[in-house]
Ligand binder design. Structure first.
Ligand SMILES: Cc1ncc(COP(=O)(O)O)c(C=O)c1O
Ligand SMILES: *[C@@H]1O[C@H](CO)[C@@H](O)[C@H](O)[C@H]1NC(C)=O
Length: 438
């Protein structure tokens, strides 16, 4: 029933689009015929009246669309910024598919309005808090989060759309464009030194404390007891299962629909683990032979967690630990603790692969050179993983991954040659083959 409805509305959408196109091209033909043997002034007159005709035919087409029944209309016009979240296209990556003999498909999550897959998570966490009466739209409450950027940007965007404030705590070494974007979106940004999760000033711990402290001053400051306290809501993407739910109820079903269930393997990295767990749980319940793989950047403990069931990373060894817990130029994936969202994937991840920073950097350059795809660091890790799995499974398989965000988010770090060279990485002008994946 749902399927036939959406098919029907697709036809209507195509019909309406063709209608506009047809009217425009007819006008263009008339214009061309009239314009060919007339003086410039007459030509301009014709041009103006043609434009007027064009405007009225466009508005005719629009009003036809708007008068469609509700369910059909929804597929044409999205409701506000939240309406732009999700339903992202799936792209077949030609270079990787040609090179491996597999279909390498990627969900184009960078096309979400906030620029990443985290829009789904922000929307889900806010919807859940509103449902549970923790937040009410437009009442001046503040959403707090500790994040390396993407989730903060999505939360700041959705906070504005729903009438909240946003307060984002982030490590001070995150790509500069992320904090700039947050400020432009009206969020309060608090940058802290990157420290271990056991430290009370670690960015996630600090965000939680800030949320708890929020509004307390108001009360003590003698506001009358009838005045409702402003809520400080700690979104908590790592532990909040509304994150898992977002992917279980949207990303997973979309992948299933777009591939008609023809998927042999899914592969991706994990930060909170919400995407991997949500997508895997949904798809494995419907595709019996599906394999699910984790790809993990250097320094992350998840690889060992999946392979040997112990959370351990070589960089954690005493004396070897560098400044960061997860020492990588990749942002958003890799972690050294077990989160509730990652734990939701328990028992459903088949294997794990490590991806080096050098492989991620080379992959990002390869995809620009071959496909014109400009992607961020976690997406590059995912694509390295997709090629590994394709080689392991052999030609003829369909492998799905995610393009989490665009390269625009990473211009000062992952796409900054000088920065990469300082990290000891080899930055090539052009990468035109996949030999860098060993
Ligand atoms: C850019 C980017 N890619 C990938 C991820 C990982 O997704 P998840 O948190 O669902 O594991 C994140 C999340 O932190 C991210 O910010
Ligand atoms: C905002 O809404 C929340 C949830 O309903 C409520 O707890 C809080 O008191 C409200 N705050 C204000 C300032 O109205």
């Amino acid at each position: 029933m749902l399927d036939s409805l959406s098919d029907k509305s697709k036809h209507i959408a195509i019909g309406a689009a063709l209608g506009v196109f047809f009217t425009l091209s007819t006008t263009a033909i008339v214009l061309a015929a009239k314009g060919s043997n007339s003086k410039t002034s007459r030509h301009l007159d014709t041009h103006a009246s043609a434009n007027a005709r064009r405007r009225s035919s466009i508005s005719d087409s629009l009003s036809r669309m708007i008068s469609l029944p509700k369910t059909e209309q929804e597929n044409l016009i999205r409701d506000g910024v939240a309406g732009l979240i999700g339903n992202t296209p799936m792209v077949r990556i030609k270079s990787l598919s040609d090179a491996t003999g597999c279909d390498i498909l990627a969900k184009a999550e960078f096309l979400n309005p906030g620029g990443s897959t985290k829009d789904r998570v922000a929307l889900s966490m806010i919807n859940t808090a509103e449902r549970d009466h923790i937040l009410t739209p437009g009442n001046g409450s503040t959403i707090f989060e500790g994040t390396v950027g993407s989730t903060g940007i999505s939360l700041a965007m959705m906070a504005k759309a729903r009438g909240y404030s946003a307060w984002i705590v982030m490590p001070d070494d995150v790509a500069l464009e992320k904090s700039q974007l947050l400020e432009k979106l009206g969020a309060h940004v608090e940058k802290v030194r990157p420290v271990s999760i056991v430290d009370k000033n670690q960015f996630v711990n600090l965000a939680k404390r800030r949320a708890q402290e929020f509004g307390k001053d108001d009360q003590e400051g003698g506001s009358s007891s009838e005045d409702p306290k402003k809520t400080g809501f700690f979104a908590d993407q790592f532990e909040n299962l509304a994150n898992f739910e977002a992917h279980f109820t949207t990303t997973g079903p979309e992948i299933y629909k777009q591939t008609q269930g023809n998927v042999d393997a899914i592969v991706m990295g994990a930060g909170t683990g919400g995407t991997l767990a949500g997508v895997t749980k949904y798809l494995k319940a419907r595709i019996p032979n599906l394999k699910a793989y984790l790809v993990d950047p250097q320094g992350s403990g998840l690889f060992n967690k999946v392979k040997y069931n112990i959370m351990y990373s070589p960089t954690e060894k005493e004396g070897k630990r560098k400044r960061h817990q997860v020492d990588t130029v990749v942002e958003g994936v890799g972690i050294n603790r077990l989160t509730r969202n990652f734990a939701m994937s328990e028992g459903s991840i088949d294997d794990a692969f490590r991806v080096t920073d050098q492989e991620a950097v080379d992959m990002a350059r390869y995809l620009v050179h071959k496909d014109g795809l400009f992607i961020g660091s976690s997406s590059a890790v995912n694509c390295v993983g997709a090629v590994r799995i394709a080689r392991e499974l052999g030609p003829g398989h369909t492998i799905v991954t995610l393009l989490c965000d665009s390269g625009h988010r990473h211009l000062t770090k992952f796409w900054n040659d000088e920065y990469l060279a300082k990290q000891g990485l080899d930055v090539k002008d052009v990468v035109d083959n996949l030999d860098f994946i060993v």
